[in-house]
Design a protein around this ligand. Structure first.
Ligand SMILES: Cc1cc2nc3c(=O)[nH]c(=O)nc-3n(C[C@H](O)[C@H](O)[C@H](O)COP(=O)(O)O)c2cc1C
Length: 186
């Protein structure tokens, strides 16, 4: 087995995360991995935000404000929303940046961005960190988009909660390959 295959076979999300978060040198390498995502027509339809420290508290305030948003109020416990970014010492926001191109529909740009965020997740876990990819209604809320500086042509692919795993999550059962792979024609 190669290191890459080992890393993939050992990948698992970790919801309980604490300090330390990755340092800048690790992040630089991780984002170089993100830039290896397959990318039809080289549109580079992605960018990332790194949030830590006071930024996490500020993001919590943004999340809490969605409950009172007059246009699109989010059902939820305001205090819980305020605290939710504090579940990890770092959040990486993966953003899809849609470009107009005659041969590359939006879905392909979503996929390219998601592959990149997957590489970020895998690279961080290979470097010894814990990661959990989260979205939920907050990822699609206009108030959150505005606060994070997204344009009308951008969307959130995911919030990667990042840190050091405090305890290993019980492993998720994986389907057997025969359940989801067939030959065609049969
Ligand atoms: C696009 C995307 C969004 C997700 N959003 C959430 C989420 O909001 N909350 C959550 O608990 N898990 C979410 N997950 C699933 C977890 O990240 C994780 O993959 C799942 O719990 C299975 O665990 P595993 O990664 O160890 O297989 C999301 C996964 C993806 C790919």
């Amino acid at each position: 087995m190669t290191d890459v295959i080992d890393a993939i076979l050992n990948r698992a999300s970790q919801p309980r995360l604490a300090l330390p978060a990755p340092d800048q040198a690790t992040l630089d390498t991780v984002f170089e991995c993100a830039a290896r995502a397959p990318d039809h027509a080289l549109l580079r339809p992605w960018r990332y935000l790194v949030i830590e420290g006071q930024g996490l508290a500020a993001l919590g305030e943004v999340f809490a404000r969605t409950v009172d948003d007059p246009d699109n109020p989010l059902a939820g416990d305001k205090e819980k929303l305020r605290r939710s970014p504090l579940r990890a010492p770092m959040i990486i926001v993966g953003i899809t940046c849609y470009k107009t191109h005659p041969k590359v529909p939006a879905i392909e740009q979503t996929m390219s961005s998601a592959v990149g965020l997957g590489y970020v997740s895998l690279a961080l876990q290979s470097a010894g960190y814990g990661v959990m990819w989260r979205t939920g209604a907050l990822a699609y809320h206009p108030l959150v988009h505005r606060a994070l500086g997204l344009t009308e042509d951008e969307a959130i692919a995911g919030f990667l909660y990042v840190g050091t795993a405090e305890s290993e999550k019980p492993s998720v059962p994986r389907p057997s390959v025969a359940e989801f792979v067939q030959r065609w024609p049969a």
